[in-house]
Design a binder for this molecule. Structure first.
Ligand code: GLY
Ligand code: MN
Ligand code: MN
Length: 437
């Protein structure tokens, strides 16, 4: 891991809140993700299970957390199992956490080796009435493999079929939606790294540059600042590509006169940031590009102001739709007749703005949380309106990360250049600087 040590109180407090939401006499178990294979002896980089990380801070494979708040033996209320390390592992893979290091990271006093888990559970589970198991219940999950979690759950339910099984996911969605100050600080660090990357590319973009060269600049800046890299697949889409919402090829040349849509952001300590900016390849927007840019910017500013305690996302999305409708009429893209004749399921503005404006942000870029829950202090959302005009080879989206607070919305990306004129000025200054150096 490249990130600095995290205060274990984050995980201690998370476990306390989770334990308090269990039914009496319950055991809850969380397992780490698998290391996913590629081919031959290759593997993808390890990504920890977000819920296990949230409750332990352990960023290692073959980790299990057991929580049993009503355990008779105090040392069994929280038990962490980590992969037993040995000399061979140390030589080939490097150091893994030993037991005292695992305690330091997580704040959990009882740490055992993972290969003792089955025996340990057998000795304890007969005392418990409920068993909480976890699963990915994200509303937009797409999983067609058996994950470590699914495999584990199947095994436990087969071995102990007469227990009452419960779902941890609804509890985790509720808890994770509200970020503690430790978490906000980690998301802020991810945003700060993203800012460095964005400022770097303003001096790099010019006609003829390839989209993947911009991607390389960003990776360089992110990793040298202790990030693992992008928080999600980066979208670096010039010209018409910006109208392909999930464009990830990033393999075209950036042409003079085009605008590049950059949906690119760093992770830090497993926490995501999520940024979108649009920059002119030649360093200056055309009047029409600026007109569309400023329309999106106005919607973004007004939408951000609505991310307040007590509002709901469905109401907010409706209000943003009305703002967008007006902008699209003013841009000559839709008419009042289109609005009069629109279907309520697919309003006219959706032709040019076809995605949602906000999603929860946290350990996952599309973080867990209930969209029908009223907004509360501590929630973090993106704000990302866009206008995509295929017939003009132009897509503009602007995206910042916003903390909902009692004092109103707090923009965690307020230091990242956003006004069109500021971006043009920085591109000019950075070019002059590189010519002189
Ligand atoms: N970067 C993914 C999103 O904006 O939702
Ligand atoms: Mn994004
Ligand atoms: Mn987003």
């Amino acid at each position: 891991m490249k990130y600095n040590a995290i205060d274990p109180n984050l995980f201690i407090e998370n476990r306390k809140r989770f334990a308090a939401s269990l039914k009496p006499n319950s055991i809850a178990i969380f397992v780490s993700n698998d290391i996913m294979p590629t081919n031959a002896d290759g593997s993808m980089g390890f990504v920890q299970n977000s819920d296990l990380f949230y409750l332990t801070g352990v960023d290692q494979e073959e980790t299990i957390l057991l929580i049993y708040p009503d355990a008779k033996n105090n040392s069994h209320k929280e038990v962490l199992f980590v992969r037993e390390t040995n000399e061979t592992i140390a030589i080939w893979e490097g150091a893994k956490l030993n037991q005292s290091e695992a305690t330091k990271v997580s704040g959990i006093k009882t740490v055992l080796w993972s290969n003792n888990f089955d025996t340990f559970l057998k000795g304890l589970i007969f005392q418990a009435e409920h068993v909480y198991l976890n699963s990915n219940e994200h509303s937009r999950r797409y999983i067609d493999i058996e994950t470590a979690e699914m495999r584990f759950n199947k095994g436990i339910m087969a071995k102990f079929p007469l227990h009452k099984y419960e779902r941890s996911a609804p509890l985790m969605h509720k808890l994770r939606a509200i970020k503690s100050s430790y978490e906000v600080e980690l998301i802020q660090q991810a945003c700060n790294i993203t800012e460095k990357g964005f400022r770097r590319l303003l001096g790099f973009v010019k006609p003829g540059v390839m989209e993947y060269e911009i991607e390389a600049e960003l990776v360089h800046e992110f990793v040298r600042n202790r990030s693992r890299g992008f928080a999600y697949g980066p979208i670096i889409a010039s010209g018409f590509n910006a109208c392909v919402l999930h464009y990830v090829d990033n393999n075209k040349e950036c042409k003079a006169g085009d605008v590049i849509l950059l949906d690119v952001a760093a992770e830090y300590a497993n926490y995501a940031s999520d940024l979108t900016r649009c920059v002119p390849v030649s360093g200056k927007f055309t009047p029409r590009q600026k007109q569309v840019y400023n329309a999106v910017l106005r919607v973004m500013k007004a939408a951000t102001a609505m991310l307040t305690v007590g509002n709901t996302i469905p109401e907010y999305h409706k209000a943003v739709g009305s703002l967008m409708e007006k902008e699209l009429v003013d841009l000559g893209l839709i008419t009042m007749d289109d609005i009069k004749n629109q279907s309520p399921e697919w309003p006219a503005y959706k032709k040019y703005f076809m995605h949602g404006t906000s999603h929860f942000l946290g350990l996952d870029v599309h973080d867990v949380g209930d969209f029908n829950r009223k907004l509360e202090a501590g929630m973090v959302f993106t704000c990302e309106p866009g206008i995509y005009i295929r017939e003009e080879n132009l897509g503009i989206r602007l995206e910042n990360d916003i903390l909902v607070s009692e004092k109103g919305p707090v923009d965690l990306m307020k230091n990242i250049p956003l006004e069109a004129e500021e971006i043009e000025a920085l591109m000019k200054d950075n070019k002059l600087e590189s010519l002189l150096s």
